[in-house]
Design a protein around this ligand. Structure first.
Ligand SMILES: [Zn+2]
Length: 121
């Protein structure tokens, strides 16, 4: 599974990890080599999309062209399947954000591009 395919799937609302066929390690987004055993024999694994915030950062100074979007939060979310993924928080007020808050994956469509988002459960 390529990174491009991963984001195409995400755009369609499907979150997919890959599982190493040799050691069983899960990875998301897809990598070329397994970080645990250096194998490159992966099987795609559909994920349920639910998880909880393990850390987050509030972005107050935007990248170029994104000034209208700040402030927003970016969080590391530990998914139910045990892998963690970085995504942007949507539809959750910054005041209520906290570590341990349950969230659910949702695609963020920005023009041609799709990004990982997490919203309320
Ligand atoms: Zn492995």
């Amino acid at each position: 599974m390529t990174l491009k395919h991963f984001f195409e799937e995400a755009r369609a609302g499907r979150l997919t990890a890959i599982r190493c066929r040799r050691c069983g390690d899960l990875a998301i987004p897809p990598k070329e080599f397994c970080p645990a055993c250096q194998e490159r024999d992966w099987a795609p694994i559909p994920l349920a999309g639910g998880g909880a915030i393990t850390s987050f950062t509030v972005i107050r100074v935007a990248p170029r062209g994104r000034a209208a979007e700040v402030p927003y939060a970016v969080a590391v979310v530990r998914l139910e399947e045990g892998v963690s993924l970085l995504g942007r928080i949507v539809d959750i007020s910054l005041e209520t954000l906290r570590v341990g808050l349950p969230v659910r994956f949702r695609p963020l469509i920005m023009g041609e591009q799709a990004a990982i988002g997490f919203g309320p459960v």
